[in-house]
Ligand binder design. Sequence first.
Ligand code: GLC
Length: 547
Amino acid sequence: MPGTAAPWWRNAVIYQIYIRSFADGNGDGVGDIAGIRSRLPYLKSLGIDAIWINPWYKSPMADHGYDVADYRDIDPLFGTLAEAEQLIEEAHQHGIRVIPDIVPNHTSDQHAWFQAALAAGPGSAERDRYIFRPGRGPDGSKPPNDWVSAFGGPAWTRLPDGEWYLHLFAPQQPDLNWQNPDVHAEFESILRFWFRRGVDGFRIDVAHGLIKHPELPDLPPRRDPDSGQPWQHVDHPHWDRDEVHDIFRAWRKVADEFHGDRSFVAEAWTDTPERLAAYVRQDGLHTSFNFDFLMSSWHPQDLRAVIDNSLAMLGAVGAPATWVLSNHDVVRHPSRYGRKATKRWVANETYRPEGPLDLELGIRRARAAALLMLALPGGAYVYQGEELGLPEVEDLPEDVLQDPVWERSGHTERGRDGCRVPIPWSGQSTPYGFSPDGAPAAPWLPQPADWAEYSVEAQTGDEASMLELYRTALHLRREHPALGDGTLTWLDAPDGVLAFNRDPGFTCVVNLSTEAHPLPDHTAILLTSGPLDGGLLAPDQAAWLAV
Ligand code: GLC
C-alpha cells in the first residue's frame, strides 16, 4: 500500500535534471546549481518527490560530466560544493529528495588516479586501478582484444610507453579495475561523503559494466551461429556479469549506515527482466530503471508484455517497478511515438529517424503514455522538458553538436544532443528564460525558434497543455490511495485497449487501437489525456477513472 509505511522510493516520481540544460543562474549559457535552486518552487508545484541530478562533479566535460575528475567537488561551471549543500537543504525544505549521479565504471583521464597511473608506468600499483594491458601482435600494436567503445571505435587507446588502456566509452573515460580493493574503498568513501551531506540516494551510471572477465576475452558472436537468433544473456565479458552484485551488496550496507531511507537506482541495461531483477534483491540495490518500458513500441501487446514481465520479475524479488519514457540518452518520446516505427531509438546507438514525423500524433501518444506510466504500480521518472511535451531537436546544425558520439562515429551518428537542448521557461525568443535576461552567453545548444509555445509560462494555466496534464496527474497520484506502490489487475477490454484496475477504486484505460471505444464502467472520470470523442475514448487516448 502506498503512503504510510512504505519507503518513499517505492512510490516516488523522480524528476531528472540534466543540469547543463535545466536553468542557468549565472548567465554563461550553461545550467547550474543556482538555476536549480531558483526553480525549486516550480518543481514543488509540479508535484514530484525527488530530483536526480546528472553528474555535477569536477570534470573536463568530455562527456558532459560523465568523465569525473574529482568526485568530492562540484565543477565550477555548475557552482560550488557549498551551493550543492545549500541546494540539498533547500530541496529538503520543499519536501524534495536529492539523488546525484555516481559514475563508478570510469573516471576522467584527468582524475588524479589516472594521472598517477600514467606517470607510474607499466606494472605499477597505480596502473592496477585501471585496466592496462600490453597489445597483441609481435610489436603489441594491436589492441588487447576486440571490445568496442559504446561511442564508436575501439575500446582501447595506446600510450606512448606501448601499453593500452580500456575505455568502454570515450578515451577520456578510462575504465576502473573493480578487482582492485582501492577502487572499492574509494567509492564507498565517496558515497559516505555525499550521504553525510544529506543526499537521499544515487543513480548509478553503467551499473552493469563494472566487472570485466578477468581474462578479457574477445566478444562473443552477436548471434547464435546455429539458430541465427540474437543471444540472450551469455557470459558477456564486460556487461552484466554476476560478480557485479557483490559490489552493490557492499554499497547497500553503506547506505544502511545512515539514518532515513536512502535509495539507489541502477542504470543497468540487461538482456532480460530476470537479469534486471538480480540488481534489486533485498540486500542489493533498491530500484533499477526499466528500459524495457522505454524501448517498447507503442503497441498494446508489446506494452502489456513489458508491464507484466517487469512486475512479475521485480515482484518476485520484492522490488518496486520504476517506469521511464525518456532520459538524456534517448530520443524524446513525442518524436519516437510520432513515427511509424515507434520502437526505441537510443541515440548513441543508431539514431536514424525513419519516415516523416507526425508530432501531433506523437504528442497525443505522449499524453496517453504519461497517464499510463503514472498509473502503473511503483515509481516513475520524468525527464526535464517531458512535462512540457518537448520533442527531440532533430535539426541541430552539425557544427554545434557536442556529444562525443558525433566525433567517435566519424560523423555518422549525430548523438544525444537533440534531447539535451536547454528547456524553455518563459518569453518569446531564445533563451526563453533558461538564462537570466541580458545574459552575455547564448545557451550552450541553440533552442528552436518555435519553442515559445512550449515554455512553462505559456503552458501554465492552460488546461489543455502537457504541463497542466502532468501537474494534475501528479497531484492526483499523490492523493489517490490506489496509486504508487502495489499491484494491478487487467480488465477485459476490446482489441488494442489496455485497461487495468488499481485498488481501491481506480481504473486506467489506454486506447492503442485505431477506433474510439466506450469507457469501462466507472463512477467518475478523474482525468483524460484529451477531450473524449462523444463520450468515447479516442485512439491514442487514456483516461483515469474512479470505480
Ligand atoms: C551512461 C550515461 C550516459 C554516459 C555513459 C558513460 O549511459 O547515461 O550519458 O554517456 O553512461 O558514462
